[in-house]
Write a protein that binds this ligand. Structure first.
Ligand SMILES: Cc1cc2nc3c(=O)[nH]c(=O)nc-3n(C[C@H](O)[C@H](O)[C@H](O)COP(=O)(O)O)c2cc1C
Length: 269
């Protein structure tokens, strides 16, 4: 018998992998509240502890209601809020590691992934937005099947966010007009190619006419690109957070309903 000390007083549950012969719980961790099932002892110092036999000791996982990152406690709702906060920062800060994201969809040839700039994040509506050329392959593919997935990673924070949902395409509406009107010359240049994106060429070309390759084009000259400009928003239905941590990674998922309310779970990383 070994004595274990509970890491955080009364904020800890014990998880047991039951023996396989316990068919009803096969492969599933069983959550048990410590004081209910084990003989929790109070040490002389007042620290709760418990005793386990060898068999149970091998299958014990400590379980807490929160995760501690940089001294800050996050429970699931706080973590969800933090994810959206990170995403907002990703959209508004050009040098933020989440400014560039990977977006994947299903095309005719299978899964298609590419880097995009995370342009807008709406934490209330649970939406992520990027801009694209409506002549690009992805626009047509998403018209056919609007399920898309996002992948973002902040290497310094060691946090990965994955999110997926249903995309909607905006080209001639107010949303696209507003996005276009707030784009600068450099961004608008992406929509000025006279050649269709992904068209095969004999030489390495930008697709821009000579004049447009110059840095000094005016905002007025870029108006030509408006007809090629589109906005893709994703209504997020599912989001997952993963934190890499030396003493054990942590992972959680959030599933959103129609009203944007979520149900959350901790997951085994
Ligand atoms: C850092 C970076 C940012 C990019 N941002 C965008 C973007 O916001 N929108 C976009 O359509 N393509 C963007 N691209 C180009 C795409 O990754 C991709 O090459 C292009 O859109 C064609 O993809 P498709 O053939 O799947 O449509 C970016 C590429 C890089 C490397």
């Amino acid at each position: 018998m070994l004595k274990y000390y509970l890491p955080v007083k009364f904020q800890c549950q014990l998880v047991f992998q039951l023996p396989l012969r316990e068919k009803q719980h096969e492969g599933q961790p069983l959550l048990l509240s410590g004081p209910n099932i084990l003989n929790i002892l109070l040490d002389r110092g007042g620290v709760p502890s418990f005793c386990l036999n060898k068999y149970l000791r091998n299958s014990l996982i400590f379980y807490m209601q929160h995760v501690l990152i940089d001294g800050i406690k996050y429970d699931l709702p706080a973590l969800e809020k933090d994810c959206w906060h990170r995403l907002v920062n990703g959209a508004v800060q050009g040098r933020n590691p989440m400014h560039n994201a990977t977006v994947a969809n299903l095309g005719e040839a299978g899964i298609n992934m590419r880097t995009v700039v995370l342009r807008k994040v709406s934490p209330i509506e649970k939406r992520l937005t990027f801009y694209t050329d409506i002549r690009s392959g992805k626009w047509g593919e998403i018209e056919q099947d609007n399920s898309i997935s996002w992948l973002l990673y902040d290497a310094a924070a060691r946090i990965q966010i994955r999110a997926s949902g249903l995309a909607s395409l905006h080209q001639t509406d107010e949303l696209a007009d507003l996005a276009w009107s707030s784009s600068n010359v450099l961004n608008r240049k992406n929509y000025l190619s006279v050649l269709v994106p992904s068209a095969a060429t004999l030489n390495p070309v930008s697709g821009l006419i000579q004049e447009m390759e110059s840095e000094e084009i005016t905002l007025e000259q870029t108006e030509e690109g408006r007809k090629n400009f589109g906005v893709i928003t994703t209504q997020i239905k599912w989001m997952e957070w993963l934190w890499l941590n030396g003493s054990g990674h942590r992972r959680a998922s959030f599933v959103y309903d129609e009203a944007g309310k979520f149900t959350a779970n901790w997951l085994v990383p």
